[in-house]
Ligand binder design. Structure first.
Ligand code: G3P
Ligand code: CA
Length: 366
């Protein structure tokens, strides 16, 4: 059994789990002044330990925590009856077995979500009770074939179940496991009468997590959503603005504008960090190899913002070309070297599908 198989089986999960104290946000006291970057970047288990389990399942989150992740990351969408559940998108044919359920054949439909036409089955057309009859499947079966052994085993979890898991694991592992929820398609859900903000804030408050020093980051690709959480819902927990190519939905300002020094200073009035796509932090060269750091980390730190780039994955196809091992896209490449470069560049945390390797990379850099 090789190292990867051991991790996939969860056998080394406890062994690699660093005896880490969670990274309590540096702004956890009453002082709002910008701080120098923490020397210990946070490891965020992206969709749990999605390199080893079907994403956004309790099994995936639990494995990430046992591997040493500081935070687990649920993406959130709504059911028909207004319950927040963990899915990367509201169309669920790629991550559940819904397409094989004859009782739900008639629910297949086409909708426009954030300006795109999408065909499939949507969480907002299912009650929680109906959704709970489905089972998760691996999103990337051609890339992560080993994860398909878990197809059909796990439910779609509610956000409340994720928070309960977080509490249980924090007690058992004797360190606070953080939660990093993302509102998915918030404008879309508000438009169909299933706004995400109210249930999200209520759940955080029910679990004592709406505090400035809570082990929480609430993230969104929509700045207006974060502004609303801060100003209308009076959320105290830290917020993170996600950024990628192009323009946020329903917003004329491109992400690049938000990430300019002036844009970052404005963001700092209502968020505590940014979550940029990783090539915005270290650019790729024309040939696809890893280039040099951009000014983004320095600019963000100047504005008092943390920087948590996404998404770090072990397979060659997700790595810069100079950090691949061989030519098979699904084989593992040099993720540890990629992470070393980002840690050296000064990131405050990072989202990774491979929490075990994230923890190892951080240890190697210490
Ligand atoms: O939330 C950080 C990262 O997860 C954003 O990308 O598409 O994986 O949610 P996505
Ligand atoms: Ca996410």
């Amino acid at each position: 059994m090789d190292r990867r198989e051991l991790f996939a089986a969860g056998a080394l999960g406890a062994a690699v789990a660093a005896p880490a104290l969670i990274g309590v946000p540096a702004w956890a006291d009453d002082d709002d002044r910008p701080r120098p970057s923490s020397r210990r970047p946070l490891v965020v288990g992206h969709r749990g330990a999605s390199g080893y389990r079907p994403e956004h399942t309790l099994a995936s989150y639990e494995l990430a925590a046992r591997m040493g992740a500081d935070f687990i990351e649920p993406d959130l969408v709504s059911t028909a009856d207004g319950v927040l559940v963990a899915r990367h998108e509201n169309e669920i044919s790629g991550t559940t077995d819904v397409a094989s359920r004859p009782e739900f054949t008639a629910r297949r439909t086409t909708k426009t979500v954030d300006g795109l036409s999408v065909t499939g089955w949507f969480t907002e057309d299912f009650t929680l009770a109906e959704l709970k009859t489905l089972r998760a499947v691996e999103r990337l079966p051609a890339v992560r074939q080993r994860n398909t052994v878990y197809n059909g085993l796990f439910e779609v979890p509610t956000f409340t179940e994720v928070l309960e898991l977080r509490e249980r694991l924090s007690r058992e592992l004797r360190r606070e496991i953080g939660v990093y929820p993302e509102t998915k398609h918030p404008t879309y859900f508000a438009g169909i009468g299933l706004a995400l903000e109210g249930p999200l804030v209520a759940a955080l408050r029910r679990h004592g997590l709406d505090r400035r020093d809570a082990p929480v980051f609430v993230q969104s690709f929509e700045a207006a959503n974060l502004r609303r959480l801060r100003s209308e819902f009076r959320v105290k927990a830290p917020l993170v603005f996600l950024a990628g190519a192009g323009t946020p939905f329903n917003d004329p300002r491109p992400y690049a504008d938000y990430l300019s020094p002036a844009g970052l200073a404005e963001l700092a009035t209502f968020v505590q960090g940014i979550g940029p796509e990783k090539t915005m932090v270290i650019a790729r060269l024309a040939d696809g190899s890893l280039g040099a750091p951009t000014p983004l980390i320095a600019d963000a730190h100047q504005a008092g913002l943390k920087v948590h780039p996404y998404t770090f994955r072990a397979e060659n196809q997700f790595l810069p070309v100079n950090l691949r091992n061989g030519t098979v896209p699904t084989e593992y490449g040099r993720l540890l070297d990629e992470l070393a470069a980002y840690i050296a560049a000064g990131v405050d945390g990072f989202f990774t599908d491979n929490a075990d390797l994230g923890v190892l990379a951080r240890s190697l850099a210490a």
